[in-house]
Structures are given as structure tokens and as C-alpha cells.
Design a protein around this ligand. Structure first.
Ligand code: T1G
Length: 676
């Protein structure tokens, strides 16, 4: 865990706790002792602290949170480092995050490679730097830079660290250790950051809060971070650390941090596939084929191009192909215009794209993703053709968002090579990727799709085959009940407000207008059987036609629509319903509790591997408020019995086909968290 090595009169303390050098109990104990010994050993003139492996340290051991803390606590270790009578130098490569950077801040000097990332991402876990970071960083780099790093949680490169006074010396990876040792030996005095003073007017904090109000939203941790940094400008180090500790403990015990820590681990657990043969290796993917250059095909292609993977994109007509590649270039250029990529990188990405009308060009590809019209016959035809064109061992993936992968696979003679790769629109932005496992999908195909998903920056989750897999299947009861509530007396705005007040980026009807009210519509304007048909028949297809459930101005600002209200009234009259006052509580139970119930059914049927996978789907695919952990975590916190009671209270409105999950009932009765 902690190794020490003597370089003549300089002691090297090495953090060796793979994979991220988390500062767990044994690391803290070893580091504390090593500093004590160095202090007492006259032969040692200076100390350097380094991390083994790919980084300096990923911070405190998050898995220890919520458990009884074991001494020495990290603040004690950090303070002991700063109190050392001999110069202590942090030697940083890769990353120093959270408590890892706090250890470096307590060192008297910091040496790093230019590409090293230095950050305090605790706010992303609903916490704040709890080992002196909020007190030392502002003393070193000033309040503005410190607020920027601590409240956003975004790391800075060491080159910027050098500019703002966080890093004293930059050295390339190969020379880092030697440069640090001679740097340490050359220092004659210790430079204790904690003894510095830092001032700021109260307005600085008020202005920062106001400027970041939208990003902070309902999160508690960012506000506590600001309070802690403010304390650094008002109190001496020890008092400021006490204030920091109070604020930290308040957050640690709070619901938001518990949820955010759950989300952190849930995302990583989702990568683990249950029941695969040990050591299953992925297939080599050096060229990807995409069929369809529409919104999805283009977005999907961009993920691979941006990761440096060549893409052959196939369309049936030249104008569609040109339109698709034009949209891709426009998207890249928009990103470049925001300074998030260079024009060279745009050309590099587009240079890897091979647009063609020749379906046979797909024979060169190791993975082919079909992204065409959501129609089973069309997809089966394409997969039948692919069977004759794709090379042996190529993976054939469908981007279908609802349809049966087993049926698609049966259109080929190689069902073992068929998998679902369901991207979410816009595919080059949304991080969720549902990897749909067919009955015959081979283990290495699954491993390949999951690994490639991560490689192109997605958060992949395994789903079994059912209508809508995990995310979209949970949308079904939500949408059904939302429309039913309109018939009974609610308005689109009232239903949507319940969801946006809950923390969703938009409600069911705002989402329908964004995605397209006409998705899945039968396209016959004379066949009007429900509100959606009536809207579509009047070309009220959503934002793209300037009107859907809402009316939109030329800036796409929504307003309640008298036309929609008239359609709703007409259907109420037809079904003989007298509209009634509907409470937000009823809307919550019928549109959110029913989603949890669907999630429980998905678990029961083995469509999702674990409850936390369902949380990951909703956090990354639909913008579920991260500070509540995801639908299943949130339901456990609300209490499963309360969820059940809410569903049972409105059983009369949920319709005869509504099925209450027996898993939900069992877990509620046994007081167990919802899981398989
Ligand atoms: N504690 C415990 N486990 C951790 C961990 C941590 N800090 N960081 C990563 N892991 C596990 C992770 O769950 C996974 O486990 C494995 O390590 C590899 O992680 C007092 C209170 C460092 C950028 O928030 O951002 O310090 O799945 O897949 O992609 O002020 O891990 O293999 O079983 O993510 O190379 C603040 C969190 C903590 C950084 C590396 N620090 N970690 O990314 O690997 S709070 C953070 C990361 C704190 C102090 C406060 C990333 C990474 P498994 P990985 P990676």
C-alpha cells in the first residue's frame, strides 16, 4: 500500500494501491507513519510523494464512506504532511483528484508532468473536498480559481496549474522522478500553504453563486463548497478546517450525496456482465459500417470517427448520403466554433468517413450498425442482405429502439453475431448505449459491444429482449397514464410541471414534442382514434412543425395550445368523461410510480441484470435527476410500500392490463431494497 525508498538523503514515499491509489485506511496509516519516520530521521533532508501505476491518486476511498471511519483520517494525514520539518514534494503524473490533490496541496511543493490532471471532483459525489482542499487551494491560487475548480469539480491540466501557482515545476514523464528528487534536495525551507492568508469581499461569493445558479440548480454540495471557500478568507487554517469538516459531514450524511455515490458506482457496475465465460475476449474492430445516414446513422458514425475509428456509411440515394454527411460536418464545425475541437480534428474525423451507395462496401467492416427506419420488415431485409455481404466474424448490430433482436437475428444464418446497439438521440451527444443481448448473441459479441461503447465515450448497459428494452419500456406506462390524465382533466403543462419540478429536464408532453409526436403514427390522417392521431392529422408533429401538444414561437418557446385543448375536450366529450381536478400527487403516482413498477417487472423478467443498471439507463438516457440516484434507488429511498400504496390507490385508473410487479410487492413486504 505504501512503499518507501531512500535516494541518498531524499525519502520517496510511493502510494501503491491499484487501480487508482485510493487513499484507503492502509494507505493513510502507511503515509502517516512514513512522514513521522522521515521527520525523526536526521539523515533525511527532504521527502517526495509519488503514486504508482497510471496516476498519483484518485482520492479518498469512496467505498469507505458511510462506514465507521478508521484513524488516521485523511485530514490528519494531510496536516501531518504539511507539518513536516523537511521539504515535502508531491510528484504528480496522470491524475491527482479529490483527496489525492489534497495530499499534494499539503506538500510544500508540487512537480507534475504537463498532461497531468489536477481536480477536486468531490462535488460530483455530492460532497466537498474534506481534507483541507477548500482551505489550501484558495490560499495557493486565489479565490476565483479555487471556486472554479471546487464548485464545478472540473480538473485543470498541470500547465494551467503552473500558471495559477498550483504547480511549481513541470517535467516530462521520463524525467519526472529524478527532477522531483533534485528539486526536493534543492529546497532549503518548507513552504506551508496553510500559513498563507487569502482575502476576498463577500460580493465575490454572491456573484459566483448568482453566475452559477443555473448549473447549481437544486444541488446542495456546490453551495456548501462556496461556504467552505468563504471560510478560508475569514478564518485561520485550523478554524477553517473545522468549518470545512462540519459542511463535509452534513453533505456526507445527506440524501443527495448517498444518491450521487450510488450513481458513481452504478455506472461502473453496469460494465460487468453476469454469466459470461471467464476471460471472454472482444473481437478486433478496426472499421465500422453504418447503414443509414439519417439523424441516428450520422450521430452514431460521429462517435466512432471522433474516437479515430474509420466508418463506412451507406445510403440508398446520393442526396440522402450528401445530406447526412453534411449534417455530420456541420455538427463538428459547431463544436469547433465553441472551441471544443480544432478544425484539424474536424478534418481528421471527416477524413475517416467513407460515404458510399455501395452496400457491398460493408464487406470490409468488422462491425456493422443498422440505423434505418424503425420497421421490422425493412430491418429483416437488410440483415438478410448483410448475411451475404458481411465478412465472417463481423458483428451485425441494430440500433432499433424497441424491436425484437431475436427476430432480426433469425433473418441471418449467424444469429450469434447479431446484437442490439441502441443509441439515444442525439447519438453523438447522449451517453447511454443499451446493448441488447439476443438469445443467441455470442459472449464475445456482447463483450465487444460493451467495450467499444466505453471506448467511444458511452455508458453501456446490457438489456434483454422485450418491447422497448429498459428505458423506452418504462416510458410506456408513463406515456399511457399521462395521456389518460389529459382525458380526465389534467393539462399537458400540469403533467409536465410535475416532472420538471421532480427534476426531469422535461415532462412527457414536452418530450413528445421534441422527439416527434408522429413517431410510430400510422400516417393515416383520416384514422383518428386518440389525441395523438388528432394532433398528427393536423400536422401538429411537435417542435419540428411548430406545433404539437404545445404551440411554439419562432424561437421554439412553448405555450399552451387552444387547439390541443379543443382536441382534448372533444375526446373527453366522446368518451363521456367529465373533467375533474387532478392533484400533482395523483400525477406522480400514475406517471412516476408506475415507471418504478415497470422497472421491477423488467428485473423480474431478467431484462436488466440489476436494479442499478436501470438507474444508469435513466440517468444517462433521459436526464433523471442524478441527485436522486435513478428511479430504482429513488424508489428505495421513498419506500417501496409508499410506491405500492400510491399505485394501489389509483388502481381503478390504471386499467385492466396494468400488472403490479410481484418483486415490488415482495421487496416491500420484506423491507428489502428492490433488486433481483
Ligand atoms: N474510491 C474507491 N474506488 C474507486 C475510486 C475511489 N476514489 N475511484 C475509482 N474507483 C474504482 C472504480 O469503482 C473501479 O472499480 C476502479 O476503481 C477503476 O475505476 C476527503 C472525500 C480516478 C478518473 O471522485 O473519477 O477524495 O469497477 O473504472 O476509468 O476530499 O475512477 O474496477 O471494481 O473509474 O481509469 C474524490 C473518482 C473521492 C474520483 C479513474 N475522487 N474516480 O478512471 O477507472 S472523494 C473522485 C474517478 C474524496 C476527500 C474526498 C475515476 C478515475 P471496479 P474507473 P478509470
Amino acid at each position: 500500500m505504501i512503499e518507501t525508498r531512500l535516494h541518498d538523503d531524499v525519502l520517496e514515499i510511493l502510494i501503491a494501491n491499484p487501480p487508482v491509489n485510493a487513499l484507503g485506511t492502509k494507505v493513510r496509516q502507511g503515509m502517516f507513519k512514513a512522514i513521522e519516520d522521515a521527520d525523526a530521521n536526521a539523515a533525511i533532508k527532504a521527502v517526495v510523494i509519488r503514486g504508482s501505476g497510471k496516476l498519483f491518486s484518485g482520492g479518498a476511498d469512496i467505498s469507505e464512506f458511510g462506514k465507521a471511519p478508521v484513524e488516521p483520517w485523511l485530514p490528519e494525514v494531510v496536516d501531518r504532511i504539511e507539518a513536516c520539518s523537511k521539504p515535502v514534494v508531491a510528484v504528480i503524473h496522470g491524475m491527482a483528484l479529490g483527496g489525492g490533490l489534497e495530499v499534494a496541496l499539503a506538500c510544500h511543493y508540487r512537480v507534475a508532468t504537463p498532461k497531468t490532471k489536477l481536480g477536486l471532483p468531490e462535488v460530483n459525489l455530492g460532497l466537498l473536498p474534506g481534507a483541507g482542499g477548500t482551505q489550501r487551494l484558495p490560499r495557493l491560487v486565489g479565490v476565483e480559481a479555487a471556486l472554479g475548480m471546487i464548485v464545478t469539480g472540473k480538473p485543470v491540466p498541470a500547465t494551467k496549474g503552473k500558471e495559477i501557482g498550483l504547480v511549481d515545476l513541470l517535467a516530462e514523464e521520463g524525467e519526472l522522478a529524478e527532477a522531483a528528487i533534485s528539486f526536493a534536495r534543492s529546497q532549503s525551507e518548507v513552504r506551508r500553504t496553510g500559513s498563507l492568508r487569502v482575502n476576498a469581499t463577500p460580493e465575490v461569493f454572491e456573484n459566483f453563486k448568482a453566475q452559477n445558479a443555473r448549473a447549481i440548480g437544486r444541488m446542495e454540495a456546490p453551495l456548501a463548497c462556496i461556504e467552505a471557500v468563504k471560510a478560508a478568507t475569514e478564518l485561520p487554517l485550523d478554524k477553517g478546517q473545522q468549518r470545512e469538516r462540519e459542511l463535509f459531514m452534513g453533505l456526507m450524511m445527506g440524501a443527495q450525496s448517498k444518491a450521487l455515490r450510488h450513481a458513481f458506482f452504478a455506472e461502473r457496475t453496469a460494465a460487468k456482465i453476469v454469466g459470461l465465460p471467464e476471460g471472454t475476449q472482444p473481437r478486433e474492430i478496426s472499421r465500422v459500417g453504418v447503414i443509414g445516414a439519417g439523424t441516428m446513422g450520422g450521430g452514431i458514425s460521429m462517435n466512432f470517427l471522433s474516437a479515430g475509428i474509420p466508418v463506412t456509411i451507406v445510403e440508398m440515394a446520393q442526396d440522402a448520403l450528401d445530406r447526412g454527411t453534411g449534417v455530420m460536418r456541420k455538427n463538428y464545425e459547431a463544436t469547433a466554433a465553441k472551441g471544443r475541437m480544432t478544425s484539424e480534428q474536424v478534418e481528421q474525423a471527416m477524413g475517416l468517413l467513407n460515404p458510399t451507395l455501395d452496400f457491398d462496401a460493408l464487406s470490409q467492416c468488422d462491425l456493422i450498425i443498422e440505423a434505418v427506419y424503425e420497421n421490422m420488415d425493412v430491418k429483416k431485409d437488410i440483415f438478410g442482405r448483410l448475411d451475404g455481404v458481411a465478412k465472417p466474424g463481423a458483428i451485425l448490430a441494430s440500433n432499433t429502439s424497441y424491436l425484437d433482436i431475436n427476430e432480426i437475428a433469425a433473418a441471418t444464418n449467424r444469429p450469434q453475431d447479431v446484437v442490439g446497439m441502441h443509441f439515444f438521440s442525439p447519438a453523438n451527444v447522449m451517453k447511454l448505449l443499451e446493448v441488447v443481448r439476443g438469445d443467441k448473441t455470442a459472449a464475445d459479441v456482447l463483450v465487444t459491444a460493451m467495450g467499444l461503447g466505453r471506448k467511444v465515450g458511452k455508458v453501456p448497459v446490457v438489456a434483454g429482449v422485450c418491447y422497448g428494452f429498459i428505458g423506452n419500456r418504462m416510458l410506456i406506462p408513463r406515456q399511457t397514464q399521462a395521456v389518460q390524465l389529459l382525458l380526465e382533466g389534467a393539462t399537458p403543462a400540469q403533467v409536465d410541471k410535475v416532472h420538471t419540478d421532480f427534476g426531469m429536464p422535461m415532462g412527457p408532453f414536452q418530450m413528445a414534442d421534441l422527439a416527434g409526436v408522429d413517431i410510430g403514427w400510422h400516417r393515416d390522417p383520416n384514422r383518428i382514434e386518440n389525441i395523438r392521431d388528432a394532433l398528427c392529422a393536423q400536422s401538429r408533429w411537435g417542435q419540428k412543425t411548430g406545433a404539437g401538444f404545445y404551440d411554439y414561437d419562432d424561437k421554439r418557446k412553448p405555450s399552451p395550445s387552444p387547439v390541443t385543448q379543443a382536441i382534448i375536450d372533444e375526446f373527453r366529450a366522446k368518451s363521456g368523461v367529465t373533467p375533474r381536478e387532478i392533484s400533482d400527487e395523483e400525477i406522480t403516482a400514475r406517471t412516476i410510480y408506475t415507471m418504478v413498477n415497470e422497472g421491477a417487472l423488467i428485473l423480474e423478467e431478467g431484462i436488466a441484470q440489476r436494479a442499478s443498471d436501470i438507474d444508469v439507463v435513466w440517468l444517462y438516457g433521459y436526464g433523471w435527476p442524478r441527485w436522486t440516484g435513478g428511479p430504482m434507488f429513488w424508489a428505495n429511498e421513498v419506500g417501496l410500500q409508499a410506491i405500492l400504496d400510491g399505485i394501489n390507490k389509483y388502481a381503478g385508473q390504471l386499467g385492466p392490463d396494468f400488472k403490479v410487479s410481484s418483486l415490488l410487492q415482495t421487496c416491500a413486504a420484506e423491507g428489502k431494497p428492490l433488486d433481483r
